[in-house]
Design a protein. Structure first.
Length: 737
């Protein structure tokens, strides 16, 4: 019954507490609204004691009475059709300003698109991360270790996770500092420069040491810092190559035969690659000192080169610039491969046309016209007159721009790029002419077998003192002609005597691509049936560890491939300290272009005073050289002309220094039309310095440092040394191009 009584009780009424009135509905009528305001003002214009102000609280009223009171003075607009008609008050607004797109718009938009595509490709990639690989290796090692207790293994894992967390924090700090400082050399200042190791067309290589806080003992570990000038690389359209070099070194973390990358970062003017220091110099320096190596010594170094290139191919990359300069000698005497500026895995983000297509497609959509330099304008006039066909600004557009025929059969933009982005990149003609394979010289489709051709050329050079196809007359062009006709031009000199086994190995590799000794997996029948996992993105086949046929050749019968890295090499650098650099050149290598300013900017009086001690004939020779821009070829010719003069060695050195100091700096014509146009070039170059290399920052996890092996006593020799003579005049540090 109590239940029924509760159900029949009257409902509880909740009254609103005194406060702000509930908002009511007002008719949308300007005249009615104005009448309301007048009525309200007159209603509350009396004495404050009798009429409360609108701000004061009102007495309790029901909702209905309040609504009726509010609406009593209003007429229903629907009852009078003319009530809603009133004079429309014009609105005076400023016209909307439509921003005109500029070159800055194009550069910023393309940089954003490139960054997001490359960034999310890394995030969505199915490849294991470096962290997961390290964790898997550690867990595997702990599983195999039967001497550790479970508690010790847990401590190892906890230490690993803590180190990984510290590594992520350090990497975030590097990125944040670079963004906050606006391109200033903040990270680079954390390294102390010990000395300059070398100089090239890309920039300089410095020997550096990481700075330590005050009161902390100075670190003895030194590194090689490669400093790359952004402006030169951007003018030469090297964005793809620079990204490829950095990406390969990151992917090669933990490799035994590849020079390790410790860190990469950038500021407004430079890119920085901090790598392990190889105190023994490069293999070319060893060849220059000894000229010809005994066959057993050459076999040792070629065997290590094979392991270096196998490691590169195992990462699914082709080096494409295998030569003696690019093999460095570690403190223990073993070789490691370096300089991956031309290496490529076929990925679309390493193709320069990918960057160009983003920019020029936006230019076209926005209707921005770029005239270029005088040559571009002359070409445009010839095209308009019908004298020549138009040259497209964005070559390779079909590889990087989705069409209706290909956009529907993929799972998104990134999958589409992986599928169609690099169909013709295998034809790139790159490398150093003396070591290039014939299929590369001819611009045909090539695969990783081109690297093995270069190894055989190096073996020939070690044994005979020169490369087989080098032309003393005709330069690079004639050298390439000899390579194309290798069936007729390749031969062995009578001296020095080389074993038949070694010559057979070189013949088996220096031959046509389809007959080249390396791996049977490259045969045509195998290629047809090969799985897609053995192909890189460009369609070129790169098989991991593809030198099984070379390693099984009878020339390498006595080589213990599995333990080669544990044996003592024929030559071990005589290193007195970690900072020892005596295996590097005393003078910087000659770069492709002089670093001096234009001759017109020099004072004529300074030049006359510098040449006053010399005869008129020598003065004419020197001034004639500095009157025109020079590259490395003309500079070497100038040096030979100086060497032929009948003057002492000190004067010859002085004249060579004069040519380098006063010689005009010649810059190549920029490859990008946007950088050739005087009105757009400064803005474009500045923006690309800021945004062209987003995502470049990297830091290798700390730990696992390798110490230097200090060798004392007499220097071991790599066989009988031969004094450098004129027959080896061609040995020089060549450009990558």
């Amino acid at each position: 019954m109590s239940f029924l009584a509760a159900q029949l009780d009257p409902p509880t009424v909740v009254r609103k507490t005194p406060g702000k009135n509930r908002p009511s509905l007002f008719p949308i009528n300007p005249e009615s609204a104005q009448d309301d305001e007048t009525k309200t003002s007159s209603e509350f214009s009396g004495d404050k004691s009798s009429s409360p102000s609108p701000r004061d609280s009102t007495g309790k009223t029901s909702v209905d009475s309040k609504y009726n009171a509010k609406s009593a003075g209003h007429t229903n607009p629907g009852s009078d059709p003319l009530a809603s008609i009133s004079e429309v008050t014009p609105l005076f607004t400023k016209p909307v300003e439509i921003a005109e797109p500029t070159i800055q718009t194009v550069e910023k938009a393309s940089a954003a698109k490139i960054f997001f595509e490359t960034h999310y490709h890394r995030l969505t990639s199915s490849d294991p991360t470096a962290r997961s690989v390290r964790c898997r290796k550690l867990k595997g090692a702990l599983y195999e270790d039967n001497l550790m207790t479970n508690l010790e293994k847990d401590e190892k894992l906890l230490s690993f996770y803590q180190r990984e967390s510290d590594h992520l924090r350090e990497l975030r700090v590097m990125k944040a500092v670079n963004a906050r400082e606006g391109g200033k050399e903040k990270t680079a200042l954390q390294y102390e420069v010990v000395r300059v190791l070398g100089k090239g067309s890309f920039g300089v290589v410095r020997l550096v040491r990481e700075k330590t806080p005050e009161g902390v003992e100075k670190s003895k570990e030194v590194f090689a810092m490669k400093v790359i000038k952004k402006s030169d690389m951007l003018r030469n359209s090297q964005e793809g190559h620079l990204r490829a070099e950095r990406d390969f070194l990151v992917a090669a973390e933990g490799s035994r035969w590849i020079v390790a990358l410790r860190a990469s970062f950038q500021d407004m003017r430079h890119l920085y690659l901090v790598m392990d220091y190889m105190p023994g110099g490069d293999f070319l320096g060893l060849l220059i000192r000894d000229n010809i190596l005994p066959e057993p010594v050459a076999k040792w170094y070629i065997a290590e080169m094979i392991l270096c290139i196998e490691e590169t191919h195992a990462l699914r990359w082709i080096h494409r610039d295998v030569k003696p300069d690019n093999f460095l000698i570690s403190a223990s005497g073993h070789l490691k491969i370096s300089d991956f500026g031309l290496a490529f895995d076929g990925h679309w983000s390493h193709d320069q046309s990918y960057f160009n297509n983003h920019r020029y497609s936006i230019l076209k959509k926005l209707g921005i016209n770029v005239e270029g330099d005088a040559l571009d304008q002359k070409e445009a006039e010839d095209v308009a007159a019908g004298l020549k066909p138009a040259t497209p600004n964005n070559v390779g557009r079909e590889r990087h721009e989705r069409t209706s025929s290909t956009a529907s059969d993929d799972g998104g933009l990134l999958n589409w790029r992986n599928r169609y982005g690099n169909r013709t990149l295998a034809r790139s003609v790159v490398g150093t002419s003396q070591y290039m394979a014939p299929e590369v010289v001819r611009g045909e489709r090539y695969d990783a077998r081109c690297d093995w051709w270069s190894v055989a050329i190096i073996l020939y050079e070690c044994l005979y003192g020169h490369t087989p196809f080098l032309a003393e007359e005709g330069g690079r062009h004639q050298t390439k002609v000899n390579i194309n006709n290798h069936a007729k031009t390749f031969a062995f000199p009578h001296k020095p005597i080389v074993s038949r086994r070694c010559q057979d190995l070189m013949r088996d590799i220096i031959c046509a691509k389809d007959d080249r000794l390396c791996s049977k997996r490259y045969n045509k029948s195998s290629l047809i049936q090969a799985a897609n996992r053995n192909r890189d993105y460009a369609g070129r086949y790169v098989y991991p560890y593809d030198a099984e046929d070379i390693k099984s050749h009878r020339f390498f019968k006595d080589v213990d491939w599995a333990h080669l890295h544990l044996m003592t090499p024929p030559f071990v650098p005589n290193i007195k300290s970690t900072e020892d650099t005596h295996y590097f050149d005393e003078e910087d290598p000659i770069s492709d272009f002089s670093d001096s300013v234009s001759c017109a900017e020099q004072k004529i009086g300074d030049i006359e005073n510098a040449l006053r001690p010399f005869s008129q004939r020598i003065q004419l020779l020197a001034t004639g050289f500095i009157d025109r821009p020079h590259d490395s070829v003309t500079l070497r010719k100038f040096d030979r002309d100086i060497d032929n003069l009948s003057i002492n060695a000190e004067q010859k050195t002085y004249l060579k220094g004069f040519g380098r100091h006063y010689g005009p700096k010649d810059r190549k014509r920029p490859r990008d039309k946007l950088l050739r146009d005087r009105s757009t070039a400064p803005k474009v170059l500045q923006l690309r310095k800021q945004s062209a290399f987003l995502g470049y920052t990297y830091r290798r996890i700390r730990g696992g440092k390798e110490g230097f092996k200090v060798i004392r006593g007499p220097m071991p020799r790599a066989g009988s040394s031969v004094v450098m003579n004129k027959s080896a005049w061609h040995r020089a540090r060549l450009s990558i191009h």
